[in-house]
Design a protein. Structure first.
Length: 346
């Protein structure tokens, strides 16, 4: 792909998200979401492979359905209330349809089936875009609509996403699908944050973006597309392999890693609001995710001895090391002591 084309696509992707984040009118927000969708589709299909074409079609159909539902529900709300403002949702059926449409764009359960399949059909870098940058615009709209959303509906979506993301990720062997179910689980935690503690939503989102980008960059460096590719990576780069293990533990929310901070604060808020059943369910559901993170960490570090093998593997070709990967890994596993400062800042 030509550099000019890449520049236009990345510019359109950035512009679409910025339009949605800065708009207070539903029509402008819809235009930003559509621009974002149309810009990511050529990036998904850049490999010219049947799997990428299939992934692009699935992504386009899902996003088109969600955008049509957003347009219909916002028009219905404007018809009833006489205004297109995002923060003024006074018609409950339109609010519920908007929540379902944004949940579809985020890949929340029960409308999550497109996300693992699309991520499996794309490259690791494109999958990183799908699970990080593409989540920002729908989450911004949900944050702007927080005061008018149905709390029972959001609690159901968040609990289902946390449970199903953990259970369905247990039997996966592809790292991109594992990261897709990890994204579904984290979206469940982030959605419940918008309900019980909106001031923690930005901090939780920052931690999620940091850990997810770090993990995808590490997988791209080691060329690990399946869990069997993780075993021989020790002899290729022991340092990155060991730090990958800590990043996985941070994604699982294991103390004293950085990923423990948002879950700790969210569970504390649930206890203070006397939501003990939901708190217990979310804590137990996080154990499911922690299990397949620990399995990846076990295959990465403890199953392969630090000796040079005579077998040629894909990882033997020297990859291009990214300059920021060491800084991002350190930040994704060592930010817990800075938690009071980060919480006061955000």
């Amino acid at each position: 792909m030509l550099p000019t084309t890449w520049f236009l696509l990345i510019l359109s992707l950035t512009t679409g998200t910025m339009i949605t984040m800065s708009s207070s009118h539903w029509l402008l927000a819809w235009i930003g979401l559509e621009l974002n969708t149309l810009a990511i589709i050529p990036i998904i299909t850049k490999m010219h492979h049947p799997r990428t074409t299939e992934a692009a079609i699935k992504y386009f159909l899902t996003q088109a359905m969600a955008s049509a539902l957003i347009m219909f529900s916002s028009t219905l709300n404007a018809w009833i209330t006489g205004q297109w403002t995002i923060t003024q949702l006074q018609y409950p059926p339109a609010t519920m349809m908007l929540t379902l449409a944004l949940a579809m764009k985020l890949g929340l359960v029960p409308i999550h089936f497109w996300l693992p399949e699309v991520m499996q059909g794309t490259t690791i870098n494109t999958a990183m875009l799908l699970t990080t940058w593409q989540k920002i615009a729908p989450l911004t709209l949900l944050c702007m609509m927080t005061n008018h959303l149905n709390i029972q509906m959001l609690l159901t979506l968040s609990l289902l996403s946390t449970l199903m993301g953990g259970m369905t990720g247990l039997n996966q062997t592809q790292t991109r699908k594992i990261m897709a179910y990890s994204s579904i689980t984290h979206m469940g935690w982030l959605l419940i944050t918008l309900i019980i503690a909106p001031n923690l939503a930005l901090l939780t989102m920052l931690f999620y973006l940091l850990m997810t980008i770090t993990m995808f960059m590490t997988l791209n460096t080691t060329s690990a597309k399946t869990i069997t590719d993780l075993g021989p990576t020790w002899t290729h780069s022991p340092t990155i392999t060991a730090l990958m293990m800590f990043t996985l533990l941070s994604l699982g929310g294991l103390p004293p890693m950085s990923g423990f901070a948002p879950k700790w604060l969210i569970l504390k808020e649930m206890v203070s609001l006397n939501l003990m059943p939901i708190c217990l369910t979310m804590a137990l559901a996080s154990l499911l995710s922690l299990f397949f993170y620990l399995r990846l960490a076990h295959l990465t570090v403890t199953t392969a001895p630090p000796t040079t093998t005579t077998t040629k593997h894909n990882w033997r070709y020297k990859p291009q090391m990214m300059k920021m990967i060491s800084t991002q890994i350190m930040a994704s596993i060592l930010l817990l002591p800075l938690l009071p400062l980060l919480q006061n800042t955000t």
